[in-house]
Design a protein around this ligand. Structure first.
Ligand SMILES: [Zn+2]
Length: 85
C-alpha cells in the first residue's frame, strides 16, 4: 500500500477544508477500488481498500476534512453479462 496516496488526498482536501465524495467501484467481487472526488475542483484519487480505510481512520481523527465513513456509494460499473452466468 502506498501511504503517500493517502497523504495526497488528505493534503488536497484539507487544504480546502473539504470532504471528498466517495464511490466504491467493483469490477468483480474481490476487485474493488475507492474513488475520492474533490467537490471543489473535481479531481479524483483512486485508492485501494487498505488506503481507503487508512484515509477514513485519519479523517475521523481530524474530523474537519477528508472523507466521511458513511458516505460511500457502492457502484457496479461492469455488471456481469448474462453469457458468463
Ligand atoms: Zn480539489
Amino acid at each position: 500500500m502506498d501511504a503517500r496516496q493517502v497523504e495526497q488526498v488528505l493534503a488536497h482536501l484539507c487544504g480546502k477544508g473539504l470532504f471528498g465524495d466517495v464511490r466504491q467501484w467493483c469490477e468483480s467481487r474481490f476487485d474493488c477500488v475507492y474513488v475520492v472526488t474533490c467537490p471543489d475542483c473535481g479531481c479524483r484519487f483512486v485508492l485501494s481498500e487498505a488506503e481507503y480505510s487508512e484515509l477514513v481512520e485519519r479523517s475521523s481523527a481530524l474530523q474537519v476534512c477528508g472523507v466521511l465513513p458513511g458516505r460511500c456509494e457502492v457502484r457496479m460499473p461492469y455488471p456481469r453479462p448474462p453469457s458468463l452466468g
